[in-house]
Design a protein around this ligand. Structure first.
Ligand code: ATP
Ligand code: MG
Length: 593
């Protein structure tokens, strides 16, 4: 079973977790009452086909990104499904770039897609293909269809083609060029290829049925004229196949058995099947599943590109972006993303998944692997008056309570510390158990301290808190068994390392970022507070050698990872997720119902 398999994990948990908003029949059927292997309808089809020996026991899937942007978390769902199915049944998965639109496609995107899919754990062996590899074959097939009287060159403009197409309630109208003789079509198509006509002046269309209730079947365009350089074929072509004329045949050429794609292609399936039938080629079977939608998140390459181009974010890999490169930079792990994809399952109706659920899986995974460290984001100086000047000692702290093999570390302790401003109140509200005048608290990893007084500046702000410590409480407990109600984290002032910490909130403030009043754009919903930069956080000295990509739990604050902007002596951390797990709360509430 491969790393994408949802089953090992779901068995372990005994149940699949679903967001309420996506609960529907399909989803419910993936949540077994017993630890039986959960399935989904796509997997059931594959199982059936294996039973009936439909493809001689073969399972061959593909992941077909268009290289017109970076991969996002929605693509991760598709990758996990496609590679997971093949892996489970000893099959194969191809990576195929659907590069039929030279105006929007670039090598940068190809490179990023390869890196991001690999990071997720996808392994396509030597099976990396491009639709552009098939341009010659597709052209030959177009000629074949013309010869069979199944395709014609149309002189209508794009606008006219649209008008003639009709609507859902009205049948389309046949183009006056529809019944050109085969010879004329062949001649015109050849001259299109040679570059004799300007962009948009002619198209090659399939001759199907202008009255079909399915608009995709109303003589769809197969080829268009486009004098544009292609990132791989250069200037060889000035006509390019439409996606709909390339996709199904690419699947067929690669002998794909199960062509798994998102629901919006359901209406295109009859067209793909029509081409396959007319050409008499290998019939790949298309199966549609629901796109991933996440609250507070946009999963559209076009819109993500706009954010990048308009400088709304720092780039495709901005840690606030839902791109794979963004979440990687933010500190998400591939394991967490795969576990999330396994848990959401697939269904035949679109829903919306709570972003909190994704964050839950990130926390769950990081909890197991991230080393703990103490850092203070907004420092407040604490002086321990009865700790002898000039003395210091080391306290032993556990590196990861979830993983004994991670061991312990020594953290220096002395008279002057930093604590979090939030952990002190001069006038504590009821139930504020952290430090306040007269209140005793435990310092993480050691002593109890009691606040005795504060020092304020001219503006009346507290700049120092004076405490005493109880030397008998080094172990974290008092010999007389007296209790404290809070344990707070701290960093020794003398050895503290200064660092920049970037705190991220949701990129959009609305649950549905697309929900805007008329005349406004989705950018109106951008959260102005999605990035906060803390320039002088204080870190414990063990973090001095942290390298980009290293992940930590900053005690009581959340999970953080080192940003690639980080340099020795000028560390930069990203907050991956805070500790508070709203999803776990939602789950608990639901279970209680
Ligand atoms: P976008 O709308 O973001 O531009 P796309 O569908 O045009 O996405 P492709 O590069 O064509 O992007 O996608 C490659 C594969 O990933 C397709 O099979 C597509 O169905 C799938 N995919 C894209 N977005 C999602 C999503 N949100 N959830 C699941 N699968 C997705
Ligand atoms: Mg697409």
């Amino acid at each position: 079973m491969g790393i994408f398999s949802p089953y090992a994990r779901a068995r372990k948990r005994g149940t699949a977790i679903m967001s309420t908003s996506t609960r529907n029949e399909e989803a419910a059927s993936t949540a077994p009452a017993t630890p039986a292997r959960p399935s989904n309808f796509v997997r059931d089809i594959v199982l059936d086909d294996l039973k009936t020996n439909k493809y001689q026991g073969r399972v061959h899937t593909r992941f077909p990104p268009e290289p017109n942007g970076y991969l996002h978390i929605g693509h991760a769902k598709s990758i996990c499904l496609n590679f997971g199915l093949a892996a489970e049944f000893g099959g194969k998965t191809n990576l195929r770039f659907d590069d039929t639109n030279p105006e929007k496609e670039e090598q940068e995107y190809v490179d990023s897609i390869i890196a991001d899919a690999r990071w997720l754990g996808a392994d396509w062996g030597d099976r990396m293909f491009y639709a552009s590899d098939y341009f010659d074959q597709l052209h030959a097939w177009a000629v074949q269809l013309i010869k069979a009287g199944k395709a014609y060159v149309d002189d209508l403009s794009a606008d006219e083609v649209r008008k003639y197409r009709g609507s859902l309630t009205e049948p389309g109208k046949e183009s006056p060029y529809r019944n050109r003789p085969v010879e004329e079509n062949l001649d015109l198509f050849e001259r299109m290829r040679k570059g004799e006509f300007p962009d948009g002046s002619r198209t090659l269309r399939a001759k199907i049925d202008m009255a079909s209730p399915n608009l995709n079947m109303r003589d769809p365009v197969m080829y268009r004229i486009l004098h544009a350089s292609h990132h791989r074929t250069g200037d060889k072509w000035c006509i390019y196949p439409m996606y709909d004329f390339a996709h199904g045949q690419s699947d067929s050429l690669e002998q794909i058995t199960h062509s798994v794609c998102t629901l919006e292609f359901e209406d295109h399936r009859p067209l793909y099947n029509w081409f396959i039938q007319q050409l008499g080629i290998f019939p790949s079977q298309q199966i549609e599943f629901d796109r991933l939608n996440l609250t507070y998140t946009l999963l559209s390459k076009r819109k993500l590109l706009q954010l990048v181009q308009d400088g709304r974010v720092r780039g495709w890999d901005d840690p606030r972006m839902p791109t794979i490169s963004g979440i990687r930079r933010r500190g998400y792990t591939p394991e967490a993303v795969r576990n999330f994809c396994a848990a959401i399952g697939v269904s035949k109706t679109n829903g919306i998944i709570d972003l909190a659920m994704l964050e839950h899986f990130v926390r769950e995974d990081l909890n197991k692997r991230a080393l703990r460290a103490m850092t203070v984001l907004r420092p407040l100086k604490v002086v321990i008056d009865n700790y002898p000047e000039g003395r210091s000692e080391e306290l032993e702290l556990v590196n990861n309570p979830e993983d004994a093999s991670a061991g312990t570390r020594q953290v220096p302790f002395s008279r002057v510390l930093y604590i979090e401003q939030d952990d002190f109140r001069e006038d504590p509200p009821k139930k504020f158990f952290r430090l306040s005048p007269g209140q005793e608290v435990r310092l993480r990893g050691g002593y109890f301290i009691t606040c005795k007084s504060v020092v304020k500046n001219d503006a009346g702000e507290i700049v120092e808190v004076h405490c005493t410590y109880d030397p008998e409480t080094r172990s974290g407990n008092a010999p007389d068994n007296r209790k404290v109600k809070a344990t707070i984290h701290w960093v020794l002032a003398e050895h503290a390392i200064d660092a920049e910490v970037r705190i991220y909130e949701n990129l959009f403030s609305k649950e549905d970022p697309g929900d805007v009043p008329e005349g406004q754009e989705f950018t109106a919903n951008l959260n102005p507070n999605s990035l906060e930069i803390i320039s002088h956080a204080k870190l414990e000295p063990s973090l001095a050698n942290a390298k980009p990509g290293d992940r930590y739990q900053f005690e009581r604050l959340g999970y953080f990872c080192v940003d690639p902007d980080s340099k020795p002596g000028a560390l930069v951390f990203n907050r991956t997720v805070p500790l508070r797990d709203t999803w776990a709360k939602i789950e608990k509430r639901e279970k209680g119902n």
